[in-house]
Design a binder for this molecule. Structure first.
Ligand code: SF4
Length: 487
């Protein structure tokens, strides 16, 4: 699709909107007139009375022209007009309207803080053309988060630890994790450096008087580590950080083919309170199609084992839009997870980045492109989970998702994972250790976030470790400057 921009510089926002409607059509930005069959021309022209906005859109024989005059030339005026034109020619009304950002709850919180819940919710819905159902979902999520966000103290922080290894690569994954077979020799040195990074981070947190409130070990698949390494890792966290205020310690035991009794017992005895066992689907055919080397039965067995070992809080991730799945298949997966009694269920919309094997190797994307089908899956999940007493508590969106839908975490009462709120909502500092980790330093008195990036790949993490350790001093600088500002 061609996208013509004239008289404005809102390229990024306009491109995102075109992708929202036509995710499989590459966008070519130009300043010339639309020459092909599919294209959008956008223009802002100053006049004596203000600015005239014009959008002309053409797609598969349908065309539409919209104009409006506004007192100023701004991004919202342009994108809102473009949204209406694209909706007209495509016949699609996206459930999240023209929102393309990944943090809708943050936006809703901002409106509710400024205008109160009733008016804030109405602004969110009408300004961005968000459907009533998604507005309600966002509002329910915001309400569930409040006890957690409102209890935060300025010195609180969460800890993220990344283990970038997996038993094999899932075909939809774009994460930079290394398969264990490829990276076996890197694992022990990586582990040693990670312990050093944790020690340094703990020292900085202590010096600054910061308080650890939640720990999350993710990846990758942390349970690719041995039972002994898992125990050492979790014990090290308890040794280098003050755990007095830490109410939650999660480890992603994502792939059942990495879990055994010894590892689960090691986690349990080291103080881990919550694990995530992620089926993604309970259909063997779908699991094969996405390159997971385990069966649905192995998921059920791993779940039963985690219960036996004593885990009272278990999360299960499911994905809508996977190859070979169907609405009925997804319903069986969701019912299966509910039947297991998982305390938390997270429903993801399949997001496909360019580097995923499904894209590079030309996998089956039929379902990913069927908006109505994936919307029906998400609707079924929301209805069934609510009936079973789960409530939504965190929500975020990614680009290039099936049906342009959201990822929502659901929890039974009293089992919310605070870390998920902290990380998706960016409402508290998260100190990250390990390859690919991003430390997010949150100014508790302002809407300001500073990031410190760790190296992505394990080999870089090892070879540039000194540089990485130096970057950690940025945490100290951030808090010292914050305190100076306050005095
Ligand atoms: S387990 Fe997760 S991180 Fe690992 S390859 Fe699969 S999707 Fe990617």
């Amino acid at each position: 699709m061609e996208l013509v921009l004239r008289g404005h510089s809102f390229r990024y926002e306009c491109e995102n909107l075109c992708r929202l409607f036509f995710p499989y059509s590459p966008v070519r930005v130009t300043e010339d007139a639309v020459s092909g069959e599919a294209g959008v021309s956008t223009c802002i022209q100053p006049t004596g009375e203000g600015y005239v906005y014009t959008v002309r859109a053409r797609w598969e024989g349908r065309s539409c022209t919209l104009t409006q005059t506004l007192p100023a030339a701004d991004e919202y005026g342009m994108t809102e007009l473009l949204y209406r034109a694209l909706r007209e020619i495509s016949g699609i009304s996206p459930a999240w309207g023209m929102l393309t950002g990944i943090h809708p709850i943050k936006l809703l919180r901002q409106y509710c803080t400024e205008q109160g819940d009733v008016a804030g919710q109405e602004t969110f819905r009408s300004r961005y053309h968000v459907s009533e159902a998604k507005t309600q979902l966002a509002m329910a999520t915001l309400r569930a988060q409040r006890p957690f966000t409102e209890a935060l103290r300025p010195e609180d922080f969460s800890l993220y630890i990344g283990i970038p290894f997996c038993p094999s690569r899932c075909s939809y994954c774009s994460f930079v994790s290394q398969s264990v077979a490829q990276a076996k020799k890197l694992m022990e040195p990586y582990f040693q450096r990670l312990l050093e990074e944790l020690a340094r981070t703990g020292e900085i947190a202590r010096d600054l008087g910061l308080r650890l409130i939640s720990v999350y070990v993710g990846g990758g698949t942390p349970t690719t580590l041995t039972a002994e390494q898992l125990k050492r890792l979790c014990t090290a966290v308890g040794e280098v950080f003050d755990m007095g205020d830490c109410t939650e310690f999660t480890v992603e035991a994502g792939r059942p083919d990495t879990i055994d009794r010894e590892k689960l017992m090691a986690l349990r005895s080291a103080g881990v309170t919550r694990v995530s066992i992620n089926p993604q689907s309970l259909s063997d055919e779908v699991l094969r199609a996405i390159g997971r080397r385990h069966t649905a039965q192995e998921v059920l067995d791993a779940f039963a084992l985690a219960r036996e070992v004593g885990f009272g809080e278990i999360n299960c991730d499911l994905i809508v839009g996977l190859p070979k799945d169907t609405l009925q298949g997804f319903q069986r997966s969701l019912d299966g997870v509910i039947g297991l009694g998982a305390e938390n269920v997270t429903v993801h919309a399949l997001a496909l980045k360019r580097s995923a094997n499904l894209i590079t190797e030309g996998g089956d994307l039929t379902l990913h492109g069927q908006r109505a089908e994936v919307e029906a899956m998400v609707e079924y999940a929301a209805k069934r989970l609510a009936e079973e007493g789960y409530a939504p508590y965190y929500l975020y969106r990614q680009s290039r998702t099936a049906g342009n839908l959201e990822n929502t975490g659901w929890a039974k009462p009293g089992t919310v994972c605070a870390y998920n709120i902290h990380s998706t909502d960016e409402c508290v500092t998260v100190l990250a250790c390990g390859a690919g980790g991003v430390t997010k330093l949150k100014d508790p008195y302002a809407d300001r976030l500073e990031r410190i990036f760790n190296f992505k790949y394990p080999f870089e993490y090892l070879s540039r470790n000194r540089e990485l350790m130096e970057r950690k001093e940025g945490i100290r600088r951030f808090y010292e400057q914050l305190r100076q500002r306050l005095h």
